[in-house]
Design a protein around this ligand. Structure first.
Ligand SMILES: Nc1nc2c(c(=O)[nH]1)N[C@H]1C(S)=C(S)[C@@H](COP(=O)(O)OP(=O)(O)OC[C@H]3O[C@@H](n4cnc5c(=O)[nH]c(N)nc54)[C@H](O)[C@@H]3O)O[C@H]1N2
Ligand SMILES: Nc1nc2c(c(=O)[nH]1)N[C@H]1C(S)=C(S)[C@@H](COP(=O)(O)OP(=O)(O)OC[C@H]3O[C@@H](n4cnc5c(=O)[nH]c(N)nc54)[C@H](O)[C@@H]3O)O[C@H]1N2
Ligand SMILES: [Mo]
Length: 735
């Protein structure tokens, strides 16, 4: 350390959308960030990830947007001119007014996302502003885990299903089902507990098409499975358990409804097909004996944590996988008990949302006048409304349906024609499925606005781009962690150039639009009010300085513990008051793809789709160690870490004359991209993998050279709403 008087260290915390929450010690010299160190507090610490260590490469990137920009070239071309904030804000205000007057408020479509997960500067600010100025078309459907969300609500009428990770040490068996936490962060500190579990001799099994870094680091056994077939394997595990009489009948009687109906389906009494391991083997590619052994082991090793990762749920009919996992955990009495696990939404990922954090509300979200009086959408569950008011409105669009809706509008059966697209905290063009269709849809739009830090593939399509500052240039708060904690994201430097925080941008825009009640507090006043109006954090000033408050807990946090320990006084909020293996609400929907009990439904673009003749490989698109979604893709230090590539099995490569490092074309009817091949035994034959988040960069023929697999993925969503970015058929060839 230099010892110069200008050097100082600021503690802050990061809340980018990478599934983690880092605590940082930022070294400043003469007001410039010169070094970023990790948290060094007692374990479980909030150690900085490699992306945060490299954050200077993003913060001071020469391409940072520092001024408002107006498009001068074609959409997507990337030609812009600098304009003043006044001109930018006035233009947006007048375009919003014009579009609402000409086409109604529904023509304004807002697609928000998670680019900033701070409690204050998040995308809900924009929803609120658009509501206060006349309303807009909002969206429903989580990218990450809509399948798990639907399954949780159908089964428990509750969304929040994850135990704090210290509870893993109470398990006797841990099954990581489609989880790669060594690379894809699933809350900071989770891997530390997996290390502890391994040291304690707790057996860890991984079910994943790939031999991931997580398998290599933690697993005692790797079970490769074909993507999109997980429900079949889980259902056949139920078969083994029933056949062997290993189900916990007392638990089922006391805490669940519908096991008898499920049993009839599983044993084949309903349709003449016993869902035995022999039935599941040709579907899943997992040997029947492996399924049988895993089923017996799971049913007889108690307690056991079946952690159903969310990636297998991002498949066609992904809800069935989560529903089948819930049924299995219920059959073995593993829900609501220490060392068990309640499968469902985001059980092992994202913020530790199951813990009831106690922050007071920040900027309130105003109700949406455009949704008033609209009937509920089809196939929604009433319990959604409890967690996300308004989400069941038929005026909303499923997020992946926004693409088709922008293209076809009312003529395509959507409630509106869409003319104005506003995206915040979202790299829409890059992160939504079926890029080439998106490009067609956006060329149709009259006006597009985004708030950005870089000229992303989405910003290139916008008419106005407003420069938003990074989390290091404003103050905010997060909740999360492997064990629950609050983080204070303290401002480290002044916003670069003319960039502004999300709150400032929305407040300025509100003024232009004549709205006086958007916010009555400064950033600092809001944050203080969120802390002091809640009762989770003892002292605001200490919290601000330390940047962390770890919640002291007497024991690991386990959702549904009260419901299981004292069901008479704590019914589940489901219609039956119990865990619903069979749901009457689903039965009443009367849709073959939303069965009342978990079922395996052969997916479109699955193994029995005739399209498989033309496109024989199953594509999965994973989250990448060196990015947070698409963020950090342009940081050279991180690029050096691991190249963007398509991973394929040696057999598939040989069949196509491909060797490791060759440039290859991956294609289907939706699009094509060119990138290097990585040939390995670490992925099962028939499956290829491309990490999502690489920046779309088409050549003159429309072939993506940036390595973005969304040119291949499908914008189809299952009727219950699940994104399907892990179900797509492709073919490959050497270029
Ligand atoms: N470093 C990093 N961490 C992240 C993120 C990031 O961008 N970078 N993103 C965060 C976000 S927003 C989210 S939503 C989460 C996502 O978290 P996940 O969805 O869990 O992450 P993925 O890496 O897509 O997938 C996890 C594993 O599932 C496997 N898999 C894929 N399809 C299937 C299938 O059909 N069946 C089975 N059994 N396995 C399958 C993949 O091979 C992979 O090893 O991660 C968060 N963490
Ligand atoms: N093929 C495929 N596609 C996927 C997935 C997949 O597994 N496979 N995963 C899906 C998942 S789980 C997710 S969560 C989505 C994520 O989709 P997005 O949320 O669209 O992805 P990000 O790359 O995080 O985009 C966030 C953008 O916000 C900007 N940003 C950062 N901070 C701020 C801020 O403070 N304010 C504002 N206004 N902007 C900011 C960033 O520069 C970035 O461009 O992607 C989905 N897309
Ligand atoms: Mo996500």
């Amino acid at each position: 350390m230099g010892g110069s008087s200008q050097e100082k260290v600021v503690r802050t915390a990061c809340s980018l959308h990478c599934g983690g929450k880092c605590l940082l010690k930022v070294h400043l010299k003469d007001g410039v960030v010169v070094r970023i160190e990790t948290d060094d507090s007692k374990d479980p610490a909030f150690r900085a990830c490699l992306r945060c260590h490299a954050y200077r490469g993003l913060l001071y990137h020469p391409d940072r947007l520092k001024y408002p920009l107006r498009r001068t070239g074609e959409r997507g071309e990337g030609k812009f001119e600098r304009i003043s904030w006044d001109v930018a804000l006035d233009t947006i205000a007048s375009q919003l007014k014009r579009v609402r007057e000409e086409h109604g408020p529904g023509a304004v479509l807002l697609v928000p996302s998670g680019g900033n997960l701070g409690e204050l500067h998040r995308s809900t600010l924009m929803s609120s502003l658009l509501n206060l100025t006349g309303g807009h078309t909002a969206t429903w459907g989580y990218f990450s885990y809509e399948g798990g969300t639907f399954a949780s609500l159908a089964s428990y009428a509750n969304l929040f299903t994850g135990s704090s990770r210290d509870d893993l040490l109470n398990s006797r068996l841990i099954i990581l089902w489609g989880i790669n936490s060594a690379s894809t962060i699933q809350q900071t500190g989770s891997n530390w507990f997996l290390v502890k579990a391994k040291e304690a001799g707790i057996k860890i099994i991984s079910v994943d098409p790939r031999l991931t870094n997580t398998v290599a680091t933690f697993a005692d056994q790797w079970i490769p499975i074909r993507p999109s077939t997980d429900a079949a394997m889980l259902i056949s595990m139920a078969y083994v358990i029933i056949k062997e009489g290993l189900e916990d009948q007392a638990y089922l009687d006391r805490h669940t409804v519908g096991f008898e109906q499920y049993k009839r389906y599983v044993m084949g009494d309903e349709d003449g097909i016993p869902k035995s391991p022999a039935w599941a083997e040709p579907i899943t590619g997992v040997p029947a004996s492996t399924i049988e052994n895993l089923a017996k082991e799971y049913a007889t090793t108690k307690p056991a944590a079946l952690l159903d990762g969310i990636a297998p749920g991002r498949t066609v009919n992904g809800e069935q996988y989560h529903r089948a996992a819930i049924a299995l955990a219920a059959m073995t009495g593993n829900i609501g008990v220490h060392g068990g696990h309640s499968p469902g939404r985001g059980p092992y990922s994202m913020s530790l949302a199951s813990y009831p954090f106690k922050l007071a509300r920040g900027v309130p979200v105003a109700p949406n006048p455009h949704e008033q009086g609209a009937p509920p959408r089809d196939y929604s569950l009433p319990s959604y409304e409890k967690f996300m008011p308004g989400v069941n409105s038929s005026a909303r669009l499923n997020r992946s349906a926004t693409i088709d809706a922008m293209l076809r509008g009312k003529a395509g059966g959507y409630p509106n024609d869409y003319k104005f697209l506003y995206t915040v905290c979202c790299n829409y063009v890059n992160q939504m499925p079926n890029t080439n269709k998106i490009v067609r849809a956006l060329k149709n739009m009259e006006f597009i606005v985004t708030h950005e830090q870089f000229m992303t593939p989405t910003a290139k399509f916008a008419d106005i781009v407003l420069p938003v500052c990074t989390y290091m240039e404003c103050n905010d708060i997060w909740t999360g962690g492997a064990v629950p904690a609050y983080g204070y994201m303290k401002k480290v430097i002044e916003p670069l150039g003319e960039s502004k925080s999300q709150l400032e941008i929305c407040a300025e825009l509100a003024k232009r639009m004549g709205v006086t009640n958007f916010t009555d507090k400064t950033e600092e006043e809001w944050l203080r009010q969120m802390v002091e109006g809640g009762d989770g954090i003892p002292d605001y000033e200490t919290f601000r300085t330390e940047a962390i408050h770890k919640v002291p807990l007497d024991e690991p946090y386990v959702p549904f513990k009260e419901q299981i320990e004292d069901p008479d006084n704590n019914p589940f909020p489901t219609p039956s008051g119990k865990i619903e293996i069979h749901s009457q609400l689903l039965a009443d929907m009367n849709h073959p793809e939303i069965p009342p009990i978990p079922k395996y439904i052969e997916p479109r673009e699955g193994l029995t789709d005739p399209l498989k003749e033309k496109y024989p490989l199953q594509l999965i698109t994973t989250h990448f160690i060196r990015r947070a979604l698409s963020v950090f893709d342009n940081v050279p230090w991180l690029k050096e870490l691991e190249p963007q590539a398509v991973t394929m099995n040696t057999n598939d490569a040989q069949e196509r004359g491909i060797t490791d490092g060759d440039m290859v074309k991956v294609f289907n009817d939706r699009g094509a991209l060119v990138l290097p091949a990585r040939v390995t035994e670490r992925i099962m034959p028939g499956v290829v993998e491309i990490p999502q988040g690489a920046w779309y960069d088409p050549d003159e023929d429309g072939v993506d050279r940036g390595g973005n697999p969304n040119v291949l993925t499908n914008d189809f969503h299952s009727p219950a709403g699940t994104f399907t970015t892990n179900t797509a058929l492709v073919e490959m060839a050497k270029t």
